[in-house]
Design a protein around this ligand. Structure first.
Ligand code: C2E
Ligand code: MG
Ligand code: MG
Ligand code: MG
Length: 291
C-alpha cells in the first residue's frame, strides 16, 4: 500500500524502493524480523480436476508488511534465495501449510493435499527432509499430505545431489511436481528417470490457447510427454473458458488459474471449497485420457 512521507506525500512501495538495490536492501533488513514476527501468511489457489472436483491447493506466500501492506513473493523470494533467508522462510511456509491443512480438514473440507513451493537452496539444505518430516509429524500428517513444487530449472541445473534429494523425498511418499514446466531446459533422460508425479505447464504457454492462429504445438507436446511419463498434467494461469475448453479436450488433468479462483486467504478457502466440492473430489483417477 502506501507510506506517508514528509510533505504529506503518498509513496508506493514501487516508487520508494524503485531500484533493485534498494529493494534488496529493504528485504534483507526487514525480512528476517518479519519471519520471526509472523508477518508472512499463505494464500491458497485450488487445483481443479477435469471433472470440476478440487484436487488440491497450492500455498503461495505473502508478506503483510506493517507499512507497505501485502508484498507479493516475486518481490522477495529471489532475494531470500540469494541471502539464505529462504531457509527460515521455507520452514515457516511448511509449518503454516501443515497447520492450515489440519484446520481445513477439521472444518470438514476434504482436501487430498497441500502443495508447497520449494526453492533450489532448500533442496540443497541437508536438513530439509528432517524438517519436513518433523513438521508433518507434529501436525499428525504424513508425506502424502504434501506436494513439493520444484521449478524445472531447479531440478535440472543441479548436478546430482539435489535430484537425489528429490528421489529420496519421493521414496518417502511426498508428491513431486515440476513447476513452470517448459520455461527451463530439461534433460529428457533425467526427466524420465526422475520420480515426479506432476508437470505444471507454465502460464506463458497457456495464453492464446484456443485462439484462431495460435499454434498449440508446445502444449500438445507437453501433455503427450506427461501422458507417456504417466504423470499428471496441470495447466497454470488459466484465465478464460476458451483455454479451459481447449485443455479439457486435449486431455490435461488439472487446471489452476483465475478462471476458477485467485489465490485466497485461508478464511475464504473453507467456504470456497464447500461450494465447489463436486462428487469426484476423492476419486483421483475418475477421468483417464485416451492416448
Ligand atoms: P508459481 O509457483 O508458478 O505460482 C503461480 C503464480 O501464478 C502465483 O503468483 C499465482 O498467484 C499466479 N497465478 C495463478 N493463476 C493465475 C492466472 O490465472 N493468471 C495470472 N496472471 N497469474 C496467475 P504469486 O503468488 O505471485 O507467486 C509467484 C511465484 O513466487 C510462484 O510462482 C513461486 O515461484 C514463488 N513462490 C510463492 N510462494 C512461495 C513459497 O512459499 N516458497 C517459494 N520458494 N517460492 C514461492
Ligand atoms: Mg508453484
Ligand atoms: Mg508455476
Ligand atoms: Mg512461477
Amino acid at each position: 500500500e502506501a507510506k506517508r512521507l514528509g510533505h504529506g506525500k503518498l509513496v508506493l512501495f514501487d516508487d520508494l524502493l524503485g531500484s533493485r538495490a534498494r529493494r534488496r536492501q529493504f528485504i534483507q533488513s526487514e525480512l528476517r524480523p518479519a519471519i520471526i514476527q509472523g508477518q508472512l501468511f499463505l494464500e491458497y489457489q485450488p487445483q481443479v480436476g477435469i471433472d470440476g472436483g478440487v484436487r488440491g491447493v497450492e500455498a503461495l506466500v505473502r508478506w503483510r508488511h506493517p507499512r507497505f501492506g501485502v508484498i507479493r513473493p516475486d518481490e522477495f523470494i529471489s532475494v531470500a534465495e540469494e541471502t539464505g533467508l529462504i531457509l527460515p522462510l521455507g520452514l515457516a511456509v511448511i509449518e503454516m501449510a501443515c497447520r492450515d491443512l489440519v484446520a481445513l480438514r477439521a472444518q470438514g473440507v476434504a482436501l487430498p493435499y497441500v502443495s508447497v513451493n520449494v526453492s533450489p537452496r532448500q533442496l540443497a539444505d541437508p536438513q530439509l527432509v528432517a524438517a519436513l518430516m518433523s513438521a508433518l509429524r507434529q501436525h499428525g500428517l504424513g508425506p502424502a499430505d504434501m506436494e513439493l513444487e520444484v521449478t524445472e530449472g531447479a531440478v535440472m541445473e543441479v548436478n546430482g545431489a539435489e535430484s537425489s534429494v528429490l528421489d529420496h523425498l519421493s521414496a518417502r511418499g511426498f508428491r513431486i511436481a515440476i513447476d513452470d514446466f517448459g520455461t527451463g531446459y530439461s534433460s529428457l533422460s533425467r526427466l524420465q528417470r526422475m520420480k515426479v508425479d506432476k508437470l505444471k505447464i507454465d502460464r506463458s504457454f497457456i495464453e492464446g490457447l484456443g485462439e484462431p492462429g495460435h499454434d498449440p504445438m508446445l502444449v500438445d507436446m507437453m501433455l503427450a510427454l506427461a501422458r507417456r511419463m504417466n504423470v499428471k498434467s496441470v495447466a497454470e494461469g488459466v484465465e478464460t473458458q476458451q483455454q479451459a475448453d481447449w485443455l479439457r479436450a486435449a486431455g490435461c488433468h488439472m487446471i489452476q488459474g483465475y478462471l476458477y479462483a485467485k489465490p485466497m486467504p485461508l478464511a475464504q478457502l473453507g467456504a470456497w471449497m464447500k461450494t465447489h466440492s463436486g462428487e469426484h473430489e476423492d476419486d483421483e483417477d475418475v477421468w483417464s485420457p485416451t492416448i
